[in-house]
Ligand binder design. Structure first.
Ligand SMILES: *[C@@H]1O[C@H](CO)[C@@H](O)[C@H](O)[C@H]1NC(C)=O
Length: 352
């Protein structure tokens, strides 16, 4: 096999040029072709780890498979990903069997084709889907027939309550999540409407942010009963938390120091967590962990009063993070939830 060395040298030069061209593709360019092209940078050279996370089924309720099949390709093609991260589907009930997973992947392939993803992009997308079984059990003290106790809200019992508890605190200790630098949670009925000008994980990394949300409406007082006094008591017992809340200009409900009825029926601020971009280590600090432990100590909060992860996330962020420095409203990403488009803002590409 006498292939002259010269050919190897030429081959190496050509390969280097091809690699250079591929890696210098400008993903911020507005032309659609570039956005769909491959390869991006391999994930093992990334200075962080990340995953896009969907909670796709919670016993006994399936969520919305048809919407999820739209959400994934739109997220893939409308974000100029610098690295291609796993798409983690946390499931319990639906997609538990290998057959149902294969069936889902084959429908995802059809959907990706319908969204005009290039075949090699679709192949890569399917390879990155991970089905991760995630169980949700009723905590001690909450009976399986808990509905007969007449909880504040009985819709989707207990799947909805499991979901709220899961995203409020359990997720930070989930084996597939806890060692990541970032996760972006989307809901199956969330989607990226149009091309965005940056990769949200890159944004977090470049700007050293710890939390990003898309919108921040208040949550109803009747599903946050007890949350005002819970946060207030915790802050009174933890002066650092009190200080952080003050620095973040956290606005209390009226009459905080009255002995009775503080915050009753008063809406609690929230981050709408159908788009929830988290720097995981910031939610695994000893201080935050102590708070999450106390939060979990009374399961009625989630399973009777139906506290949601949206106001809980707002409390966590405002109690432990420096909002001005660490939190970003990521209105640059054109986004919709349940077909409701959110207000966007101008997207400035990341430099470098
Ligand atoms: C990045 O943010 C963290 C807080 O999450 C802070 O402790 C650190 O000093 C910041 N790093 C830089 C380089 O600003």
């Amino acid at each position: 096999m006498g292939i002259p060395k010269k050919f190897f040298a030429i081959f190496a030069v050509v390969a280097a040029i091809i690699l250079y061209l591929a890696s210098s593709v400008d993903y911020n360019s507005p032309t659609a072709e570039n956005r769909f092209s491959f390869p991006t940078h391999p994930v093992d050279v990334a200075p962080y780890t990340a995953a896009v996370v969907y909670l796709v089924s919670v016993m006994p309720e399936p969520r919305s498979p048809d919407r999820l099949l739209q959400s994934i390709p739109r997220m893939e093609k409308n974000i100029p990903w610098r690295y291609r991260w796993p798409i983690v589907l946390l499931h319990a009930g639906m997609y538990d069997s290998a057959d149902s997973q294969l069936d889902f992947l084959s429908r995802l392939r059809d959907s990706a084709n319908a969204h005009n993803l290039a075949p090699e992009v679709t192949d890569d997308l399917l390879r990155r889907v991970e089905f991760i079984a995630t169980h949700h059990e009723l905590p001690e003290g909450i009976p399986a027939d808990g509905l007969v106790d007449g909880p504040i809200w009985d819709g989707e019992w207990p799947a909805y309550h499991h979901m709220c508890a899961f995203f409020s605190y359990k997720i930070f200790n989930h084996p597939r999540i806890r060692d990541l630098t970032y996760y972006l949670r989307l809901d199956d009925d969330s989607y990226v409407r149009e091309p965005a000008c940056f990769d949200p994980f890159e944004y977090m990394h470049v700007n050293n942010k710890s939390y990003a949300f898309r919108d921040s409406p208040p949550d109803m007082g009747w599903v946050t009963e007890g949350m005002w006094p819970f946060v207030s008591n915790y802050a009174q017992r933890h002066p650092e938390v009190e200080k952080t809340l003050r620095r973040n200009s956290f606005e209390w409900a009226p009459n905080r120091l009255w002995p009775q009825g503080f915050g009753a029926g008063v809406n609690f601020p929230s981050y709408e967590t159908n788009f929830d971009l988290v720097k995981v280590p910031r939610f695994r600090t000893p201080e935050m962990t102590e708070f999450l432990y106390e939060l979990a100590s009374d399961p009625k909060r989630f399973y009777w009063y139906r506290w949601g992860d949206a106001p809980v996330r707002f409390a966590e962020v405002n109690m432990f993070l420096d909002v001005t420095r660490e939190v970003h409203r990521m209105c640059e990403i054109p986004y919709a939830h349940k077909d409701r488009p959110f207000d966007d803002c101008e997207c400035v590409p990341l430099s470098g």
